[in-house]
Design a protein around this ligand. Structure first.
Ligand code: COA
Length: 310
């Protein structure tokens, strides 16, 4: 079975910046409270899930030196598709000139890592190249008069191109899970807004992140101290702090962008990953731990050996 490696990456954010000060003007909240409780200072809002996905996907293709016609599967992780039917991946496929299969994947904020593992499976079964995108327009399902959620969620996209390789590939260990009994802790009905039990989500998020990361590390046969870069879901800096502390991974080896992006669900991990690459924090041969959790409650983690030149 063929292994896979990431050969391209790219992101897209809407132009409109909404700062904590902007939210202070319309909500009973403060920059100080939001910063202290979440780590978020500003977020981006606007666009469509397909539009952001196409922009991020095009950048990932360009970085890989490829065209849409070189891709045989596009996987779009999203909780905020533009329409019920068809998949938003169909819009992306059409816009980027991809000839192969196209499908959406919804595992909430774990979606990108779910997609990463699924993409490795497709390549193991014979696909040559998969374009994996996480794209969200959570601002459309957020009640901007609800301070419980409006301070957290935002829009954005991130993408990677995975390619078949001769060797075993980059994936060393993975873990995908879900506990459907907790599905009502964070949800949006069709046509409705996000509803959340923040405290309970927080509590479970730390545990899910740590437990899933440990399972992936164990499957990979490595220790947390071997990880050069942890790329956690960007929901709340306190969740990231608590989880990384329990794992024994210091913040110097952790990628964070949430101060500038808020929680962008499926897009958050590729946004943090690409930001780390752009800052020169990732090198060929590095061990990377990607770990997410989200509504469902779902969780997902993967340990990869970074193989691309950055
Ligand atoms: N601004 C100011 N005060 C606020 C506020 C806001 N935006 N939201 C809540 N408060 C108030 C509460 O009313 C409460 O006041 P009280 O003590 O008088 O009752 C106080 O702040 C503390 O509220 P609490 O809900 O306990 O705060 P918290 O420390 O748990 O932080 C969250 C709230 C939502 C930031 C936090 O629970 C969280 O991040 N949870 C996880 C959410 C998440 O990650 N969701 C996505 C998962 S993918």
């Amino acid at each position: 079975m063929a292994g896979a490696v990431i050969v391209g990456w790219g992101t897209a954010l809407p132009d409109r910046v909404v700062t904590n000060a902007d939210l202070e003007a319309t909500l009973d909240t403060s920059d100080e409270w939001i910063t202290e409780r979440t780590g978020i200072k500003e977020r981006r809002v606007g666009g469509t899930t397909a539009g952001l996905a196409v922009a991020a996907g095009a950048r990932a293709l360009e970085r890989a030196g490829l065209h849409g016609s070189d891709i045989d599967q596009v996987l779009l992780a999203t909780t905020t598709p533009d329409r019920m039917i068809p998949s938003t991946a169909s819009d992306v496929q059409h816009a980027l000139g991809i000839k192969g299969g196209a499908s959406d994947l919804n595992a909430a904020c774990s979606g990108f890592v779910y997609g990463l593992v699924h993409a490795h499976g497709l390549i193991a079964l014979g696909a040559r190249r998969v374009l994996l995108i996480g794209s969200e327009t959570l601002s459309r399902v957020t009640d901007w008069s609800d301070r419980n959620t409006a301070i957290l969620f935002a829009d954005g996209a991130g993408a990677v191109v995975l390619e078949a390789t001769a060797g075993a590939g980059q994936l060393l260990g993975w873990d995908l899970g879900s506990d459907g009994s907790a599905r009502d802790l964070l949800y949006a009905d069709i046509g409705g807004y996000l509803q959340m039990d923040g405290r309970e989500v927080f509590r479970r998020a730390v545990r899910a992140t740590v437990d899933s990361a440990l399972r992936s590390l164990q499957r990979a046969g490595v220790r947390a101290t071997d990880v050069a870069l942890a790329v956690p879901h960007q929901a709340n800096i306190r969740i990231i702090d608590a989880a990384c502390q329990r794992l024994g991974i210091p913040m110097e080896r952790t990628a964070t962008v949430l101060h500038a992006t808020g929680n962008t669900s499926s897009a958050s991990i590729p946004l943090a990953l690409v930001d780390a690459i752009d800052r020169g924090r990732l090198h060929r041969g590095d061990l990377v731990l990607l770990v997410g959790f989200g509504a469902g409650m779902s969780w997902a983690s993967a340990v990869i050996r970074w193989e691309a030149d950055t």
